[in-house]
Design a protein around this ligand. Structure first.
Ligand code: TRP
Length: 459
């Protein structure tokens, strides 16, 4: 934050600092909880494969678009649209991001709360000794259905997030996560090595990595695109805000590339842990899995304790893992709250504390039905309330946000201005042709198809 060229607003100290901060936002429950869940729900390797393509062609494209608009305007999303094209409805896209952020925060915090609960459970020895599937599944079901415990965890997560944002101590968190995220990475690699060396890992790996042509369908591809938006924190202005602090000297293209790469790597490794472990424990085959196994939102919470219990020193591994997962989740919730807060502070002149407290209270209230939808209250559970929220805000709204950002860049700001901004700090943009094609055609077409086939997604 000591770059002289924008001393009043602050900027990242270096390119690496930006990559760490943006990866902190991107890497989180989206990669470790949501990715394996959707792999399980959508036919395994076909989803993995579609996701990789979606990240490369759509995620990277929209990320570069957001970073470019952000760096050019040096503003929060609402201000950014207003800056390039004042007094037009474009700023509504910024507002949409603000609203989407609050809703995603409301249910994302519940999963983060589960991570907090599991951190506590691991310390108190709930997973000591060999953990079987039945044990682990029962512990999760009981925990997720307990309204009081889940609401307390939700309160803790939203409270911590609001506190960090209101005190503006985000910088401190980022310094810490710079040290802790590499530790998470190493830990995940160690667990992945353990998982693939389990007897019977083969069928799990082939479900996960060997695409079967008959598994590809529109729904798989649409959810993979949604997952690309979600996992890379795109479509609601988070990356625009982060881009607004990047120096003109830094290379936006390679920065975006590194964030996409690190996030994808963590997601792929999470699946390499989960599927071999699950297939080993339940002696599944890909066919048996597809026919008999019921994938629930608890998937990662049911499986990680099993693999951790198979590690020497599992008790400490477990505590370390859930602590790091919790921190990864918090760096993401903080980045979600950042957009609505920046808007209220910059454009409405609220104090940080007031903004963060109010949004915290609203997200907590909005989160209550989601918290009770994993067994706590029957009709919410049957309605699959949390998954519905995720469908609307985590898939559709983000994709629509990404579409509008692309349309704005291409038709209002113009590609040539964007390319000029990108050229600062980057003399040779070798994916230029592809990026221009993607932002002009591929992203809009893909999202419009999503909107046409919304029913397919919901069904
Ligand atoms: N990408 C984060 C994750 O995968 C979640 C997240 C943080 C997010 N900020 C966001 C998702 C903004 C969408 C938009 O855990």
């Amino acid at each position: 934050m000591n770059n002289p060229e924008s001393s009043d607003r602050g900027s990242w100290g270096s390119k690496i600092a930006f990559i760490f901060a943006a990866s902190g936002s991107a890497i989180g429950l989206g990669s470790i909880w949501r990715f394996p869940l959707f792999v399980g729900l959508n036919g395994g390797a076909a989803f993995v494969f579609s996701y990789l393509l979606a990240v490369f062609f759509i995620g990277f494209t929209v990320m570069l678009a957001e970073l470019t608009i952000g760096r050019h305007t040096r503003k929060n999303p609402v201000g950014a649209f207003n800056f390039i094209k004042p007094h037009t409805p474009w700023k509504l896209v910024g507002y949409m991001g603000v609203v989407t952020g609050v809703f995603i925060l409301s249910y994302y915090s519940i999963i983060a709360g589960w991570a907090a609960g599991y951190f506590y459970k691991t310390i108190t020895g709930a997973f000591r000794g060999q953990v079987s599937w039945n044990n682990s599944a029962a512990i999760f079901t009981k925990f997720a259905a307990n309204p009081l415990e889940v609401l307390i965890c939700l309160f803790i997560i939203i409270g911590l997030t609001s506190y960090v944002i209101s005190k503006g101590v985000k910088g401190g968190i980022e310094r810490w996560s710079k040290i802790l995220m590499p530790v998470l990475f190493v830990l995940i690699i160690i667990l992945a090595v353990r998982a693939v060396t389990l007897p019977g890992a083969g069928p799990g790996l082939s479900f996960y990595l060997k695409p079967d042509f008959s598994d590809f369908n529109l729904k798989v591809i649409l959810f993979a695109i949604g997952q690309a938006f979600f996992s890379l924190s795109l479509g609601m202005g988070t990356m625009m805000t982060y881009g607004s602090y990047i120096s003109k000297k830094d290379n936006l293209v390679s920065s975006a590339g590194w964030v996409c790469l690190s996030t994808t790597l963590i997601a792929i490794l999470a699946g390499i842990i989960i599927f071999p472990t699950l297939f080993n424990t339940l002696q599944l085959t890909p066919d048996k899995f597809k026919q008999e196994f019921e994938v629930s939102t608890g998937l990662m919470f049911q499986v990680f304790p099993i693999i951790i219990s198979k590690m020497p020193g599992g008790y400490f591994f477990g505590i370390l893992f859930f602590a790091l997962l919790l921190i990864a989740a918090l760096t993401s919730t903080i980045s979600m709250l950042e957009v609505p807060t920046a808007y209220l502070v910059d454009e409405r002149k609220w104090s940080r504390t007031k903004a963060a407290t109010l949004i915290g209270i609203v997200s907590f209230l909005l989160g209550i039905p989601s918290a009770l939808s994993s067994g706590g209250v029957k009709f919410l559970t049957k309605f699959n309330y949390m998954i519905k929220m995720d469908l609307v805000f985590g898939n559709i709204m983000l994709a629509v946000g990404g579409l509008l950002i692309s349309l704005f860049l291409v038709h209002t700001w113009k590609v040539k201005n964007a390319l000029k901004e990108i050229s600062h700090g980057n003399s040779r943009f070798w994916l230029k042709g592809l990026w221009v094609f993607d932002i002009k055609f591929l992203v809009p077409i893909a999202v419009i198809i999503i909107l046409i086939f919304i029913k397919t997604l919901a069904g």
